[in-house]
Design a protein around this ligand. Structure first.
Ligand code: NCD
Length: 306
């Protein structure tokens, strides 16, 4: 594996082996001294051309825990504002002999595009509405941790599927494990050919929720909509939000997941976010270990060479 651009480049066995490795890195994060020398002398640049709290910090913390040097650049304050192309920016970064570039960009395909111009590994930290592979891997790690397996699960993904790279990467990943995936959301937020991804659209939220192992809630991606795709936030939350009474309907072991950031009171309410079924902060915790693993794996070839 040279870059991590899409979940589809990974086999089921590779995903399980990455998750396994991530559990051993997870231990480091609970020690008093949370640092190992694995990537000492490596330089990692995180290029975030979109807003981010969790993902950016998670990659930075992960790199630092492995003793790599990290630098972040964002669109504002970089030469992108002066009209420099993305390819020129990343080729200039590479000329400074960096070892790995993590990129988040509003254009679908951006990570794949720059990887063709670079010799160093690239990790896709979210490209437009396309994919977010490290998120799907940390989600899978969390499901595996809580359920003991990824096989044959019933999953319900709720919300703005059309604009969600998280939904797409999760669908690609979970389909490799024979999951039954259902989606639910406002009709305007469901891609027309969503069934082609091997998922089915449901219409009865309250009924379906009683029978699933995982419910994944998604934020409405207002920043990717040029017009409002639903009448009002109040209506969205009434028809598509996970509300308090639904907690009584889900199975005891059902996991409530959300990639964050949450809009409390919109896609889920406070009691659902804080309920014992919610693994939202476990996802964040596992995210650091997963990103440590991905950076380690992508750099391990040239670790051996050095
Ligand atoms: C997601 C993203 O940016 O795609 N968040 C994340 O990476 N944790 C989902 C979102 O922004 O709603």
């Amino acid at each position: 594996m040279k870059h991590l651009i899409t979940i589809n480049q990974l086999t089921r066995e590779e995903i399980l082996s990455i998750i396994n490795q991530a559990f051993s890195f997870k231990d480091i994060n609970t020690r008093a001294i949370k640092k190992v020398p694995t990537l000492r002398g490596k330089t990692i640049v995180t290029c975030f051309y979109e807003a981010s709290t969790r993902t950016r910090l998670s990659f930075e913390i992960a790199a630092k825990r492995l003793s790599a040097d990290t630098i972040n650049i964002s669109k504002s304050g970089s030469s992108a504002e002066k009209g420099e192309t993305l390819t020129d920016t990343v080729r200039n970064i590479q000329a400074m002999k960096v070892d790995l570039i993590v990129i988040r960009h509003p254009s679908s395909g951006a990570a794949s595009f720059i990887s063709k111009y670079l010799d160093c590994p690239v990790i896709n930290a979210g490209d437009g509405i396309n994919e977010h592979p490290s998120q799907a891997l940390l989600d899978a790690m969390t499901i595996y941790e809580k359920r003991g397996s990824l096989d044959n699960l019933k999953i319900l993904i709720v919300g703005d599927i059309l604009h969600s790279r998280v939904a797409r990467s999760n669908i690609y990943l979970l389909k490799k494990f024979n999951s039954e995936i259902k989606v639910f959301g406002p009709p305007m937020m469901l891609p027309k050919d969503i069934e082609k991804l091997g998922v089915s659209v449901i219409h009865d939220f309250k009924k379906t929720i009683q029978d699933v192992d995982v419910v994944m809630l998604l934020r409405v991606q207002m920043e990717r909509q040029d017009r409002s795709l639903f009448p009002s936030v109040r209506e969205y939350s009434k028809f598509f939000g996970f509300s308090y009474p639904m907690l009584d309907l889900i199975k005891e072991k059902c996991l409530i997941m959300h990639p964050g950031p949450i809009n409390r009171g919109v896609e889920l309410n406070h009691s659902a976010a804080e309920s014992p079924s919610s693994v939202i902060l476990d996802q964040v915790e596992n995210g650091v270990a997963m990103r440590m693993t991905l950076m380690y794996l992508l750099l391990s070839k040239n670790l051996q060479e050095s």
